[in-house]
Write a protein that binds this ligand. Structure first.
Ligand code: FES
Ligand code: MG
Length: 598
């Protein structure tokens, strides 16, 4: 495909924070006594101490050599510090457990809950009044937000920002998405291995996180949609000057949030989550979003599940023309107005569920975004003329699993032609399964499997939170090269995840997973499976008696022994993907900062 034309649709502007942030009011009496002040003093003598009026503001640093996606935060943190000091606070920067998406084995998600636990201890156990959460790479954003929610001290998210546009020749090559495309092109012999490697290398042109609407861009957009980041902040490319201004304003704002005692629990309401779900559809957000938002909801004490995702999100349209669901990358998204312009479209169509939801600006999301109409309708499509209608996640249930989701915004024409065009039953397809026990088996055996045909349904199992600790991003499989050459795509179902940068309409997060007794673990090659998207069902053609017999004869799906102490502890406590893959033992600890002193 030719590169979409780049239009500079608005001048790159200085990032400005809302008006009420203009003057720091150092003398302003905090709404409640500062946590740090009480900490260091005899509660009876609080008023005698006058030199502890500067709030202590943590800066949760996620940048490091191990987490290059977030590494630019090592620079940006200086601007955050400046903002904190200018507003009358004292910055205290500290490192977080690294989570690098593409590198960590066996999975980066294994470390989301570990980074969560570690940050809970820091925020609870040190005298911090508020915290700036330096987010970016996929799991860093949910890990930080989950911890801030459990502790519930004033918190603000600041993204590192996406990388600049990347090109291979004149073609835009988006992070991650290029990998999945190159992988298929390589399997079918269209490109060489060297060419594939080169395309992938070209896709990372600057500091910053992935420049597609993968999990990193999605989670930061949703942090903003939830009201936990400054409006317009999430999409600013990492190297833009605006990004530094945003860091400064973020530092100023957290001091005000402490003085006003605005905590995550004031912002992360059910309404805020429902807004985020609507936004997720409009931006073509990652399939990892339901996992992380469901987890965050659990830690802040809000009821949220995959039925909510379908109820609120499915019928909304895709508006943002960014890969993998669209054509552009995040630099155009930002120039087109970023998240506020997407929210504007939803507001204007009366489709944002809760326009009055409070954000950390002290104003509602509709007030924040009411003047942000895009002037780039080729990047942010108008609501009445969207990129595609009904673009949210479907929530499927049946004898195959209790819960799994499918991202509909990435259903291709080829997939529709092959599976969703039967005149008598246009939303259903069926076929024999071809099973892979984990990604290693898939990599080794796919091309040798003679049993895989044009109507096969590929199954990936043993890839869930317990089976492949943390749940692997491997369900987006492709057909063997001999079938790709005939233009055949195959549906995929699995108990793991897939990369947010993947454009495959796989059926993901099958819960319970095989390793927890889910039905995928009892399937045999050739079993007949039927997916009916209209009825949201996914079933195997076996009688209840046959299923019971299988379970007896096959026993619990085997998975390899833990390799580290954390893997073992994780497996003992982790919940299903559909429930956010949280540590079940952690959920009872809610809003714990208040237990200290005050
Ligand atoms: Fe870190 Fe994509 S791998 S943001
Ligand atoms: Mg990923």
């Amino acid at each position: 495909a030719a590169a979409p034309e780049i239009e500079i649709t608005r001048p790159v502007r200085s990032f400005t924070a809302p008006n009420d942030l203009k003057e720091p009011v150092e003398e302003r009496i905090p709404a409640v006594p500062l946590r740090s002040k009480v900490w260091f003093n005899n509660p009876d003598d609080v008023n005698e101490i006058t030199d502890l009026n500067r709030p202590l503001i943590g800066i949760a640093q996620t940048g490091s050599d191990l987490t290059p996606c977030n590494k630019h935060h090592l620079q940006l943190a200086r601007r955050v510090r400046d903002g904190i000091i200018a507003a009358g606070g004292t910055p205290i920067e500290f490192p977080c457990h690294p989570i690098q998406e593409g590198t960590k084995r066996p999975s980066a998600t294994l470390d989301r809950n570990l980074a969560y636990l570690s940050l809970v201890e820091v925020l609870y156990g040190y005298p911090l009044d508020g915290v700036v959460l330096l987010s970016g790479c996929d799991k860093t954003t949910p890990a930080l937000l989950m911890a801030a929610s459990t502790v519930n001290i004033p918190s603000i998210v600041m993204n590192v920002g996406p990388m600049l546009n990347a090109y291979a020749g004149s073609e835009l090559v988006g992070s991650g998405t290029v990998v999945w495309n190159a992988r298929e092109a390589l399997a079918s012999g269209r490109i060489t291995r060297d060419q594939a490697m080169q395309q992938v290398a070209l896709s990372a042109p600057s500091v910053g996180h992935c420049n597609t609407m993968g999990t990193a861009s999605t989670m930061n957009a949703l942090a903003e949609a939830l009201g936990m980041a400054l409006p317009g902040s999430s999409s600013i490319p990492a190297v833009y000057r605006e990004r530094g201004a945003c860091a400064y304003q973020t530092g100023r704002r957290i001091v005000d949030l402490v003085r006003q005692d605005v905590k995550p629990s004031d912002i992360l309401t059910k309404d805020a989550f429902e807004n985020a779900i609507a936004v997720c559809t409009a931006i073509g957000g990652s399939t990892n979003a339901p996992i992380h938002l469901n987890a965050l909801a659990k830690h802040i004490g809000v009821q949220l599940n995959c039925d909510d995702w379908e109820r609120i999100g499915y019928n909304l349209p895709l508006l943002l023309n960014v890969q993998p669901a669209g054509a552009y990358l995040c630099e155009e998204y930002h120039r087109a107005g970023g998240l506020p312009a997407v929210v504007w479209e939803l507001l204007n169509a009366d489709k944002l569920p809760h326009p009055d939801a409070l954000t950390l600006t002290g104003r509602s999301i509709s007030e924040n975004c009411k003047t942000d109409q895009t002037n780039s309708p080729h990047v942010i499509f108008p609501f009445e003329k969207p990129l595609r209608p009904n673009a949210g996640f479907l929530h499927l249930k049946g004898t195959l699993f209790n819960s799994a989701i499918m991202k509909t915004s990435v259903i291709s024409q080829a997939f529709t032609d092959q599976y969703l065009s039967n005149p008598t039953d246009p939303m259903a397809f069926e076929g024999p399964v071809a099973i892979f026990n984990g990604p290693e088996e898939y990599d080794a055996e796919l091309e040798h499997r003679k049993d895989i045909g044009a109507n096969s349904i590929l199954i990936m199992r043993g890839a869930g939170p317990i089976g492949y600790p943390g749940a692997a991003e491997v369900v987006n499989m492709h057909a063997p090269g001999r079938l790709i050459k005939q233009g055949i795509v195959l549906p995929c179902i699995g108990d793991g995840r897939q990369s947010g940068t993947s454009g495959t309409p796989s059926i993901l997060h099958a819960s319970p997973e095989a390793a927890a007794g889910g039905m995928l673990g009892y399937l045999k090659d050739g079993d007949w499976v039927r997916i009916d998207l209209k009825n949201r069902s996914a079933d195997v053609r076996l009688t209840p008696e046959e299923i019971a017999q299988r379970k007896k004869e096959m026993g619990l799906y085997p998975y390899p022994a833990a390799q580290t102490p954390w893997q073992e502890m994780y497996r003992e406590s982790v919940g299903d993907l559909s429930e956010g893959m949280i540590l079940k033992k952690a959920v009872k600890f809610q809003r714990i900062a208040q237990n200290f002193g005050v």
